[in-house]
Design a protein around this ligand. Structure first.
Ligand SMILES: [Zn+2]
Ligand SMILES: [Zn+2]
Length: 768
C-alpha cells in the first residue's frame, strides 16, 4: 500500500472534477479524499501501487472544459492513514498568498441532460436556472475562490430537501453541483414595467416565474424591446425578423450600423439563416456559447437592420436555460445585444439596468440571482486555422493562462480600444474579460474597478504596473496612479511590441520572434501612428525591422471614422491626382482638408495597415465614412468573399534599408488604374489582400527569423489571415497566431505584462 498527495491545477473547479475523482478512486478500491483548495483540487489517495498509477493517469485525462488541460502540480508520498472509502471533503479556507490559485471556471451553456430536463416533465420542467456539474453559471456568479456555493451569488439560496439529496448522491449528475437549484428553492424570474414618470426606479411588477417569461415573449413577438438579465449582464432582446422592432432598437441604442448579435434556438435554425461548415458548427456548439461570425444567406429571414452593411451574421445558441426558453417560446430568432447605450459598458446591476435602460427597453425580465461580475458576450470568427477570438469575455474569462516565463507580479492595463486588465502572478496570467473602449467615464471606471478587484482577489500588490507608451490614454493615467499608490515601478510598453509579445506569451516562445503587427493605430517611439510594423522580439528587446511607407493622415482621429481622409493622404503622399478620394468630399470640405495637408496641421504621419485598408475602401468607392470602427475595412474584406484567394497580387515591394519600407506606391497606382478601367471591386479587393500576403512573405524572406507571429486587429480579417499564412508557410516559416487571445488590442495587456517582466529581469542581470 502507498499513499500519494496530488494537487491538480487548471480549470478544475465547477466542472464536476471532484465527483469524477471520487468515482475513479472508488472504482479502483482506493481510499482518501478530494477537496477544492485555493490552488486547485487537492487529492490524497492510498491503495495498491498499480491502482494508484491507473488512478493518476485517469485524473490527468479528466474532464477538460473547452479543451483545457489540467496539470498535476505537486506529487508527494505520504504515510499511510487508517480510513475507509474515498470522500469529497470541505474546501480548504482560501489563504491569500502569491502561490498559484485555483482558476475559477468560465460560464457554461446548458448541457444536453439539462436541456432535456427543461423540456421534460420532471421537477425542473421549464425552470430557467437549471444547471448541473457539467453546465451553468460559474465565473459570472463567483465572488471569490474556491468554487463553493458560499463564495457565489447563489449563497442566499438554501437548497430544498430534494436538491440536497441530489447534491449528496454520488450517482446524480448534480452530485456536489454548487449551483444546484429548483423551482422550490432557487432563483425566480420577474417582469417589470418602467417606473411611473418622475417616480422611483423600481416599476410595477407585472408577473413572476413562468408567467413573467410568457408575458415577455408575448411582448417581444409583438415588437417590443425587452431588457433581459443574461449571464454576465443585462441584454436588450427584440424580434430579429421584425424590421420595425430592430430599427427601433438601433434608434434607441444610438447604434447606426454595427451588426447586432442574433440568438437562435438550435443549429438547424442557424443553418436556415447562415452558411455553416464543420468549424462553424463546432464554434456554435462550444460550451462557451460565443457569438460566432458567420456568412449570412441571401434570404436569411432576418430583418435588414440586423446587419445593414455586413455580409456576416453574429449568431449564437442559448448561453443559459433562460435564453433557451425565450428563443424556443418566441419561435423565431431574436436580436440579443448588450444592454447599454453605444460606447458605454453593459449593466450588470438591477437598479443600474432600471435607470440606464429606461429609455431603451419597454419591459425588464430579471431574476433574483445577482451577477457577480459583468461579462459581455464573447465573439469568435471561425477560420481554417481555428476560431479567431474577436472578444474574450463570457465563457472564456476568468480562466487564466499559464505564465511560461516566471517573474515579478505585473499588473498591465492595455491601451484604449477593447481594454482588458492582465495580472501576472507566480506562474499564471489572469486576463480580465473585455472591458471595452475607454471612451466614457463609466468604461474608465470599470477598468479601474476590474484592476482593483483582480489585485484583491489575488491578495497581491504589483511590483510593476505596465501601460502603453501613449501618455494621453486613460489607461496610462490609471497606471501612473496605481504605480504611485502601490510603490510599483511603471513600465511604458510600445503598442506593437506588446502585440508581438502577447503571441510570445500565449505560445511560450522565448526564442526570437518576428511579429507582423498590423492594426488601426498605436503610438510608435518616433511619435508617428504605427500599425504596419514588422518587429523582432528578442528577450526584452523589440526591433522594428520593417514598416509600411508612411503617409499623412489629415484630421488625425477624425480619419478613423473617415476613410476618405486616409485616401486623400495616400494620394497626396504619392503625388497622384486626388480624383478618386475627392469624390467623397464637398468642394468646401476638400479645400479645408487640402490646406491641412499642405501645412501639416492636425495631420500626423501613419504607417498603419488598418488605415491603408480604409484608404483602399474609399478609393474603390465602397465607403468614405465608417459608422463604426473598421466598417470600411470589413466591407473591403467581405466584398471579396466569393473571389479566389490565389489571385494575382498587386505590386507591394519591400525596399532595402533599416528598417525596410513596404512601398504602397505601385499598389495605389495599379488600384486607381483598375478603378478607372471598371475592374470589379471584388477583384480589386482580392488582389489587395493577396498583395499584403506577398509583402509579408518578402519581409519574412529578408529577415533571419523563421518564427512569425501574426497580430493586431487586421488579423481578425480571415481572408488576410489566410493570404499571409499561405504565403509564409510556403516559405517554410512557422506561423504563430493568437488562439485563446484576440489578435487585436484585447491582448495588449498580456503582451505588456510579458515585456515588463522580461525587462525587469534584464535590468537585474545588468545593473548598469
Ligand atoms: Zn447540465
Ligand atoms: Zn430545490
Amino acid at each position: 500500500m502507498n499513499r500519494i498527495e496530488l494537487v491538480v491545477v487548471g480549470t478544475v473547479q465547477g466542472v464536476g472534477f471532484r465527483p469524477f475523482v471520487r468515482r475513479e478512486a472508488s472504482a479502483r478500491g482506493l481510499s482518501g479524499f478530494v477537496r477544492n483548495s485555493a490552488r486547485g483540487v487537492h487529492i490524497q489517495a492510498q491503495g495498491e501501487p498499480a491502482a494508484l498509477d491507473a488512478f493518476v493517469r485517469a485524473v490527468v485525462a479528466g474532464p477538460r472544459p473547452s479543451g483545457q488541460g489540467v496539470a498535476i502540480d505537486h506529487l508527494a508520498d505520504r504515510p499511510l492513514e487508517a480510513e475507509r472509502g474515498f470522500a469529497i471533503v470541505a474546501s480548504e479556507r482560501p489563504v491569500p498568498t502569491t502561490a498559484t490559485r485555483a482558476s475559477l471556471p468560465p460560464d457554461l451553456a446548458p448541457c444536453a441532460a439539462c436541456q432535456g430536463e427543461l423540456a421534460g416533465a420532471g421537477r425542473r420542467h421549464r425552470y430557467p436556472f437549471t444547471s448541473c456539474t457539467a453546465c451553468g453559471p460559474r465565473g459570472s456568479i463567483a465572488l471569490r475562490a474556491p468554487w463553493d456555493r458560499a463564495n457565489t451569488t447563489m449563497a442566499g439560496f438554501t437548497p430544498c430537501g430534494a436538491c440536497a439529496a441530489e447534491y449528496a448522491d454520488p450517482a446524480d449528475h448534480r452530485s456536489h453541483a454548487q449551483t444546484i437549484a429548483c423551482p422550490a428553492c432557487g432563483p425566480r424570474l420577474w417582469l417589470e414595467r418602467a417606473g411611473a414618470p418622475g417616480g422611483p426606479g423600481i416599476g410595477p411588477r407585472i408577473a413572476d416565474g413562468d408567467a413573467a417569461l410568457a408575458a415577455a415573449v408575448a411582448a417581444i413577438t409583438a415588437g417590443a424591446i425587452v431588457a433581459v438579465k443574461g449571464v454576465g449582464g443585462w441584454q436588450l432582446v427584440a424580434d430579429a425578423t421584425c424590421e420595425a422592432a430592430v430599427a427601433e432598437l438601433r434608434r434607441r441604442k444610438h447604434r447606426e450600423a454595427r451588426p447586432f448579435a442574433v440568438l437562435f434556438r438550435d443549429l438547424e435554425d442557424v443553418a436556415r439563416a447562415c452558411v455553416l461548415d464543420a468549424a462553424d458548427r463546432a464554434a456554435l456548439g462550444d460550451p462557451a456559447a460565443p457569438i460566432v461570425l458567420l456568412r449570412a444567406r441571401p434570404a436569411s429571414g432576418l430583418a435588414a437592420s440586423v446587419a445593414p452593411t455586413s455580409r456576416l451574421t453574429g449568431a449564437m445558441l442559448p448561453a443559459s436555460p433562460l435564453h433557451a426558453l425565450l428563443v424556443a417560446d418566441a419561435a423565431r430568432p431574436l436580436v440579443c445585444t448588450s444592454g447599454n447605450l453605444a460606447g458605454e459598458p453593459l449593466c450588470s446591476d438591477d437598479d443600474d439596468a432600471r435607470a440606464r435602460l429606461a429609455q431603451l427597453a419597454d419591459l425588464w425580465l430579471g431574476h433574483d440571482r445577482p451577477i457577480g461580475r459583468p461579462l459581455d458576450d464573447s465573439v469568435v470568427r471561425p477560420s481554417p486555422r481555428g476560431a479567431v477570438v474577436v472578444r474574450r469575455a463570457r465563457g472564456f474569462a476568468p480562466r487564466p493562462l499559464p505564465r511560461h516565463e516566471p517573474g515579478p507580479t505585473v499588473l498591465a492595463l492595455g491601451a484604449h480600444l477593447k481594454a482588458t486588465v492582465a495580472l501576472a502572478v507566480a506562474d499564471e496570467i489572469w486576463l480580465s474579460a473585455h472591458v471595452g473602449d475607454l471612451d466614457s467615464p463609466a468604461a474608465i471606471d470599470r477598468l479601474e474597478r476590474t484592476a482593483r478587484e483582480m489585485l484583491d482577489a489575488a491578495g497581491v500588490s504589483p511590483a510593476i504596473v505596465a501601460c502603453d507608451l501613449h501618455p494621453g490614454l486613460a489607461s496610462t493615467a490609471l497606471a501612473e496612479r496605481l504605480a504611485r499608490e502601490t510603490g510599483a515601478t511603471l513600465a511604458r510598453i510600445p503598442h506593437h511590441a506588446a502585440h508581438v509579445a502577447a503571441v510570445a506569451a500565449e505560445h511560450a516562445i522565448t526564442r526570437p520572434l518576428l511579429g507582423l503587427a498590423w492594426d488601426g493605430m498605436g503610438l510608435g517611439d518616433d511619435g508617428a501612428l504605427w500599425g504596419g510594423e514588422a518587429i523582432v522580439l528578442d528577450g526584452p528587446r523589440a526591433e522594428r525591422v520593417a514598416h509600411l511607407r508612411p503617409f499623412p493622415l489629415p484630421g488625425n482621429e477624425a480619419a478613423i471614422r473617415e476613410p476618405r481622409r486616409a485616401a486623400l493622404g495616400l494620394l497626396a503622399a504619392a503625388g497622384l491626382p486626388r480624383g478618386p478620394a475627392a469624390a467623397w468630399f464637398s468642394p468646401a470640405e476638400l479645400a479645408v482638408v487640402e490646406a491641412a495637408l499642405a501645412r501639416r496641421v492636425n495631420t500626423p504621419i501613419t504607417t498603419s495597415v488598418g488605415r491603408l485598408f480604409d484608404a483602399v475602401a474609399a478609393l474603390v468607392g465602397l465607403r468614405g465614412r465608417s459608422r463604426f470602427e473598421a466598417e470600411a475595412a470589413m466591407e473591403l474584406e467581405q466584398i471579396a468573399l466569393d473571389e479566389p484567394v490565389d489571385v494575382e497580387p498587386y505590386p507591394l515591394p519591400v525596399g532595402d534599408g533599416s528598417p525596410r519600407v513596404v512601398d504602397w506606391g505601385p499598389l495605389v497606382v495599379a488600384i486607381v488604374a483598375d478603378v478607372g478601367r471598371g475592374v470589379p471591386v471584388a477583384r480589386i479587393a482580392a488582389r489587395f489582400h493577396a498583395a499584403l500576403g506577398e509583402a509579408a512573405a518578402s519581409i519574412v524572406r529578408l529577415a533571419e527569423v523563421r518564427d512569425v507571429a501574426l497580430c493586431g486587429g487586421c488579423f481578425q480579417n480571415t481572408r488576410l489571415l489566410a493570404a499571409v499564412t499561405g504565403r509564409l508557410e510556403a516559405l517554410g516559416a512557422t506561423v504563430w497566431t493568437p488562439r485563446e487571445l484576440p489578435p487585436g488590442d484585447g491582448a495588449l495587456a498580456i503582451g505588456q505584462a510579458l515585456l515588463a517582466s522580461r525587462r525587469s529581469r534584464d535590468v537585474s542581470r545588468d545593473p548598469r
